[in-house]
Design a protein around this ligand. Structure first.
Ligand SMILES: Cc1cc2nc3c(=O)[nH]c(=O)nc-3n(C[C@H](O)[C@H](O)[C@H](O)COP(=O)(O)O)c2cc1C
Length: 226
């Protein structure tokens, strides 16, 4: 495998929403999760918990969520909101633009509500990736441990990339916390924070080449005292 720098790895990683059916061996998955646990955490508390789903249980979660999606568009017992109510600009526009970039790549028009919904529903099968990951935190934690979890999931994505695997982080799973807990038999004390699809990317899929833009560093970084 060609060695690349951390910067190159950060630039290369993209969210992947179409996968091949090549399976991911359990030992490779565990290796990725273990290396990623070198991510720092406040007080070295290491608050993350990971549930890895494949095969039958992943299918069951898909069936149970899709069954409820029509009547519960906002999910079932969501644990955390995906965005704050009334998301303001410039963030609102960035969010809209992000969707438009994806729908343009898929040639789904603005008024094609059904196709947009169907694309959204693919989240619930982890985009047919062979592995679905659910990341949870104990409900007693506070916001600072959510920062730790963010560092951990980015680490998982980068190590996965190094191993030739692709990923898509999925906030959508926190909306379906009630169903996730039911299917996996989790206690209410485990808060469903985020999910992630993982597998081998279909290199030809247009949806896997979105190259979502980033704002210029001057827009978010302020230098003080330089
Ligand atoms: C915490 C988090 C939650 C996300 N949730 C979803 C999701 O539910 N569904 C989805 O398709 N993409 C989701 N994404 C992917 C973002 O849309 C994506 O990271 C962003 O558009 C930038 O594109 P890139 O990852 O290809 O660089 C999520 C990303 C993050 C970091």
């Amino acid at each position: 495998m060609t060695k690349i720098s951390v910067s190159e790895a950060l630039v290369r990683r993209q969210s992947v929403r179409e996968y091949t059916q090549q399976s991911v061996p359990a030992d490779l998955l565990l290796e990725i999760l273990e290396i990623a646990s070198k991510a720092p955490s406040g007080g070295n508390v290491q608050p993350w918990q990971v549930h890895a789903l494949s095969g039958e249980v992943k299918n069951t979660l898909f069936e149970k969520t899709i069954q409820q999606a029509m009547n519960n568009p906002a999910g079932v017992d969501p644990d955390i909101p995906i965005y704050p109510a009334g998301l303001a600009d410039p963030w609102r526009s960035r969010r809209t633009d992000c969707g438009e970039v994806m729908y343009a790549a898929l040639d789904i028009k603005r008024d094609d509500k059904v196709a947009r919904m169907q694309q959204g529903a693919k989240n619930l099968s982890f985009f047919d990736a062979p592995v679905g990951l659910i990341f949870t935190l104990d409900r007693r934690f506070c916001e600072a441990q959510m920062i730790d979890l963010g560092l951990y999931i980015q680490s998982v994505m980068l190590v996965a990339d190094e191993k030739g695997l692709a990923t898509c982080p999925q906030a959508v799973w926190s909306m379906w916390a009630g169903v996730v807990r039911d299917v996996l038999g989790l206690d209410y004390s485990e808060m469903v924070m985020v999910g992630m699809a993982m597998g081998y990317a279909n290199p030809d899929a247009a949806v896997n080449q979105l190259n979502q833009p980033r704002v210029a560093v001057e827009e978010f970084a302020t230098l003080h005292g330089f």
